[in-house]
Design a protein around this ligand. Structure first.
Ligand code: SF4
Length: 407
């Protein structure tokens, strides 16, 4: 099966083509300074990790506020995206735990480690991921797959879909398929509809979940034709898992796109990432999760950041993350509280961090870093697999060196 790239016909595709992607465009839009536009560190950052900001998201950025949460997530920054040199004591810790002097890894959560067919990651017994597209509406600066999305060989995205579909068909334990990417809604409606139809021919698939950030960055993507494609009756249950990180992303066009998808009978979910300076405050998370819940969206995950290169400036320590997480209880309706989870490096699966068995063994606050070693129960991802505990090195800029605060 071959899925064609976008056909340049409709409004959302025109909007996508008008996105900002060069220093000159960012400068003209008032998003970077003239000094930044020719700063060699800045230019190196965008050479390594491409830039695209949709006109919709650019319109939400507060030009007067350098700490605007929409800006931090979308406008490149040499400061945030240049990972620091690690002092020797952290390199030793990392070597001890990961066998390498730094915890960063290109395949942060083991998408490639668990690749069972082209584009198909099978990490858990009953669930699999299909990497449908290598394109997104906006290249998020914190993205945990940014190494894959900027990989010139596109290792995660090569190959036709037939082998992946045939693997799913001959693996009856897979009852749920997550369509991910990139962003699956970057496909046109016709190829997306064909894929959804093909999946309907696999009798043991009970759930299909589309993971997308389009309704955040390109709400015009929700056209009548997309609604028709999603709402076509199928045997499996279809849900759309969004990725809102800040209450300012719940702007009127975004809420309207959510409303239209919900009206079509599609279950709406949300996963967020805990990001330094963006949403690492109690009141921000409360407003975000309550706002999503009121829009008919169930927030199911709050992710701890992964060990993706060029994202160190977004990291929050687990210690702070847990304090924040615990401060949410009592302020949110029950269904509006997500699980705070960590994807264990190397494809070992997701572990809930609010688990009394999670143990912090040591913490050192030195040289501008907060480093902790945790012992974390590894979830059983396959039947018959023994539960075991793994060690995890957590590292973030020390709290004293930042403006962020827990309220
Ligand atoms: S939309 Fe998702 S996959 Fe794409 S860049 Fe943003 S976080 Fe990464």
């Amino acid at each position: 099966m071959q899925l064609e790239p976008l056909a340049p016909s409709s409004t959302w595709q025109q909007e996508l083509r008008s996105s900002l992607s060069t220093p000159a465009q960012l400068l003209q839009a008032g998003l970077i300074s003239p000094e930044e536009a020719c700063d060699s560190r800045f230019l190196a950052v965008i050479r390594e990790n491409q830039v695209r900001i949709t006109p919709h998201t650019a319109s939400l950025i507060d030009r007067e506020n350098p700490a605007c949460p929409i800006r931090l997530q979308s406008v490149p920054s040499a400061q945030r995206e240049t990972d620091p040199e690690l002092p020797a004591w952290i390199e030793e810790l990392s070597n001890e735990i990961y066998g390498q002097p730094s915890p960063w890894r290109d395949d942060a959560i083991g998408d490639l480690t668990r690749l069972e067919a082209p584009r198909l990651t099978h990490r858990y017994g009953n669930r699999a991921l299909l990497h449908v597209s290598d394109t997104c509406a906006l290249w998020c600066r914190f993205c945990f797959r940014k190494s894959h999305l900027n990989d010139r060989e596109e290792s995660l995205y090569v190959g036709k879909f037939d082998e992946a579909l045939s693997y799913i068909t001959r693996t009856p334990e897979i009852s749920e398929l997550v369509l991910t990417g990139g962003d699956p809604l970057s496909l046109g409606d016709e190829p997306l509809g064909r894929l959804l139809q093909k999946l309907d021919e696999i009798p043991h698939l009970k759930n299909v979940r589309i993971h997308s950030r389009m309704l955040v960055n390109l709400p015009s993507r929700v056209t009548a034709s997309l609604i028709e494609t999603l709402a076509t009756p199928r045997r499996y249950h279809l849900s759309l898992s969004n990725h809102f990180n800040h209450p300012r992303e719940l702007a009127p066009p975004n809420l309207e796109s959510l409303r239209r998808v919900r009206k079509a009978g599609i279950t709406l979910l949300n996963q967020s990432v805990l990001l330094r300076g963006v949403n690492d405050r109690t009141e921000t998370l409360v407003e975000l999760f309550q706002g999503l819940y009121q829009a008919g969206v169930i927030p199911f995950w709050l992710h701890h950041p992964d060990w993706t290169p060029a994202t160190f400036g977004f990291r929050v320590s687990i210690r702070r993350g847990l304090n924040l997480y615990q401060s949410l209880f009592g302020q949110l309706s029950g269904p509006a509280v997500p699980q705070y989870v960590l994807d264990l490096p190397g494809g070992l699966g997701k572990a809930p961090l609010n688990d009394s068995r999670v143990q912090r063994l040591i913490t050192r606050n030195q040289d501008g870093f907060e480093a902790s070693v945790y012992e974390i129960p590894r979830p059983s991802t396959r039947e018959g697999q023994e539960d075991q505990r793994v060690r995890y090195l957590d590292l973030a800029p020390s709290i004293e060196s930042t403006q962020s605060s827990i309220t």
